[in-house]
Design a protein. Structure first.
Length: 90
């Protein structure tokens, strides 16, 4: 994560925005008052929104976290596309 003053960000906004997108990172811009804002790419923002939405429903959150734990424990089945299309998911 990189931080810039407001003045520097104003003078170099396009370059900073391009770097933020290219690096899939966040950029902090500090205002003269000492407060700060964060710049992220639209793709990163949309990803965060989707994650928040998926985890905001308690039942969905439990299901997703359970699935992650099953994956970590190696309790998964590998299916190829043809098997999925044929409806052989168990």
């Amino acid at each position: 994560m990189t931080a810039y003053s407001l003045k520097y960000a104003q003078e170099n906004l396009e370059r900073i925005a391009e770097e933020t997108i290219a690096n899939s990172d966040q950029t902090i811009v500090t205002l003269d008052s000492g407060q700060a804002v964060v710049m992220i790419s639209l793709a990163e923002y949309e990803s965060w929104k989707e994650t928040h939405f998926l985890l905001s429903n308690p039942a969905n959150r439990r299901h997703l976290l359970s699935s992650i734990e099953q994956y970590r424990q190696g309790r998964t089945l590998r299916k190829n596309l043809e098997e999925l299309e044929a409806g052989s998911v168990q």
